[in-house]
Design a protein around this ligand. Structure first.
Ligand SMILES: [Zn+2]
Ligand SMILES: [Zn+2]
Length: 132
C-alpha cells in the first residue's frame, strides 16, 4: 500500500492517535479517475468566481471532461486505505474499509477490523486537529 504523496490526491486524509490513547492510524481515500474519459480526476466543483472548491457540493466533477457524478453515488464505490497500529493488541497492519461512516461508540466513524485480534477500530469524525 502506497501512501498518497499529497492531500491533493485525496478526498480524505487523517493521521492520528486513536481515542483509546494508544495505537494510531493513517487513513486516506484517493480521488478516483473519471469513469467516462479515464484521464481526469474526480473532485468537488470549483467556484469560477472565487476559485475555491465548493466543499459542500453534492457532486464530483471530472477535471478533464466535466463529467458529473453524485457524491452519494461515488462514495460507496471508494475505499478508505488504512495503515494502523492496533490499540488492543499492538499489531501493525494495512487494511481497507468502506468510505461510509458508521456508528462507533455512538459517534460517526469509518470502522475497520484489526486483522490480528479482530477488534473493531473506529476513525471517528469528532477528533480535534484533523482535516475532516
Ligand atoms: Zn472525465
Ligand atoms: Zn488488534
Amino acid at each position: 500500500m502506497k501512501m498518497p504523496e499529497s492531500m491533493e490526491e485525496c478526498f480524505y486524509f487523517t493521521n492520528r492517535t486513536l481515542e483509546e490513547g494508544k495505537g494510531n492510524v493513517i487513513a486516506w481515500v484517493r480521488r478516483p479517475k473519471c469513469s467516462k474519459c479515464g484521464k481526469g480526476i474526480m473532485g468537488k466543483p470549483v467556484d469560477p468566481k472565487t476559485g475555491k472548491v465548493k466543499k459542500k457540493a453534492d457532486i464530483y466533477v471530472c477535471s478533464e471532461c466535466g463529467y458529473e457524478v453524485a457524491v452519494d453515488e461515488l462514495n460507496p464505490t471508494l475505499n478508505v486505505e488504512i495503515q494502523y497500529t492496533c490499540p488492543f493488541c499492538g499489531n501493525s497492519g494495512e487494511t481497507t474499509t468502506e468510505y461510509i461512516r458508521k456508528k462507533y461508540k455512538g459517534v460517526d466513524a469509518y470502522v475497520f477490523t484489526c486483522q490480528k485480534c479482530g477488534e473493531k477500530i473506529g476513525i471517528t469524525k469528532k477528533m480535534k486537529a484533523t482535516k475532516d
